[in-house]
Design a protein. Structure first.
Length: 279
């Protein structure tokens, strides 16, 4: 759930604040995970080094892809980000140093100072990433950058006419979004102890990172948090009690319901209710 809070918040910076729907979440997430894997295999780098490194590499990918694709609009941009996932997965499958298609096992430290075990350490790290990502999203939302991104989302042509630096702001959103996704992916190989392309490039990351902000609300930093906690909890309960195969079905049914009944998400619905009561 903490991992999805980071991914949903990162997706919302570009998809919610700016209005550019990104299906490339698995690419940025996996790049962060494989950056951490490479550093561990190459020089035994600790996780606290791999996380910023994963964020940096994924952020640079966001800058490059953003510069090439953010001139596209609507479905064309979404298709381009989806193609990025396919291309990057193909490259990883053919990279034998990190295990290629068969994957590679990661031997994480047996113990770490101040923590009873490494899993507890991973939990604290993910908690810190979740809080940090929410703080960044909140700062963006209440800054002039957030106002510029909102103007792009509402009417990009009008924003350009008013002097808003649309390309620079979109690149900022792409770098920030990609960087946070990469940082979320860096702890992944340490958590599962085996990383292979099928799990790292899982379609669930693309679907959930889009659905969670839409369920919670895409216009505020609180929305991804609400959506990730509610939907992530529902998926975990379904996995334990029924079957993990129901996860995408749950996401689809809930998302369709919210698109019909509450297109602004839970936060938007609550805001409308409060306004009516005040009126």
């Amino acid at each position: 759930i903490l991992q999805y809070i980071v991914l949903a918040t990162a997706w919302n910076i570009l998809g919610g604040y700016t209005g550019y729907v990104n299906f490339g979440t698995p690419a940025f997430f996996a790049l962060g995970a494989y950056t951490a894997t490479f550093l561990m295999l190459f020089c035994q780098a600790p996780l606290l080094v791999s996380i910023p490194a994963g964020g940096l590499i994924s952020g640079l990918l966001g800058l490059g892809i953003g510069y090439l694709t953010l001139r596209l609009k609507g479905v064309f941009f979404s298709i381009a980000t989806l193609a990025l996932t396919v291309v990057l997965q193909t490259l990883i499958i053919n990279w034998e140093f990190v295990g290629g298609a068969k994957g590679i096992s990661i031997i994480r430290p047996a113990a770490i100072p101040f923590f009873r075990n490494y899993v507890q350490f991973l939990f604290v790290v993910m908690l810190g990433l979740a809080v940090g990502s929410l703080a960044i999203a909140r700062w963006i939302e209440h800054s002039w950058i957030g106002l510029g991104l909102a103007a792009i989302r509402d009417n990009e042509e009008a924003a350009e006419c008013m002097g808003v630096p649309t390309l620079r702001l979109k690149l900022f959103a792409a770098v920030g979004s990609g960087g946070l996704m990469g940082m979320a992916g860096a702890p992944f190989p340490y958590h599962i102890s085996l990383i292979e392309p099928l799990s790292a490039f899982n379609l669930d990351y693309a679907v959930n990172s889009l659905a969670m902000p839409m369920i919670g609300g895409t216009t505020t930093w609180v929305g991804p948090l609400v959506g990730a906690v509610l939907l992530g909890t529902a998926q975990q309960v379904a996995t334990v009690t029924i079957s993990s195969e129901l996860n995408l079905l749950i996401v689809g049914v809930v998302l369709v319901g919210f698109v019909i009944l509450a297109p602004d998400g839970i936060v938007g619905l609550l805001q409308r209710v409060l306004k009516r009561k005040q009126a």
